[in-house]
Ligand binder design. Sequence first.
Ligand SMILES: [Zn+2]
Length: 172
Amino acid sequence: MPRRLPDRVDALRRAEQGVDLCGHIALARMPRLTGALCDREGEAYAELRFDRDLQGIRFIAGRVAARLRMTCQRCLEPMEVRVERELMLGLVRTESEAERLPAEYEPLLVGSAPLAIAEAVEDELILGLPLVALHAEGEHCPVRTPYRAGDDDARRHGEGPFAVLERLKRGH
Ligand SMILES: [Zn+2]
């Protein structure tokens, strides 16, 4: 049975022991993430296995997932974004240890202070955010229909917006 996620964990020691932790973390505790969102409501879910591999590399493997609300950059309405990431973090104490890590691991620098789980999960969720949030095909996006229709109109008349620009630049 996995144990509940603590706020902080001695990651290296837990990896020596081999332990599974899982649980929910409020998004309100992730200010760097929520800065890119419409609101701070909801929570993230994380399943983390602390262990060491046959070469003695201590790692955290698992996944993080969250449903986030971002602003659609086309219609400026809120939309739901599901972020889910698998993670494979090699625990290192120095930059040179990080450089020696096998390629399958992302380095996670751990100091003498216990690892703040919310911060580690927040980092992963930030990496999983879309570069530009847009309503997907099949979702209601109020701006899409008129935009597409205008596009088609221009094509039917044999002249797209770029052709118009070209003509303006050439001065005819
Ligand atoms: Zn939209």
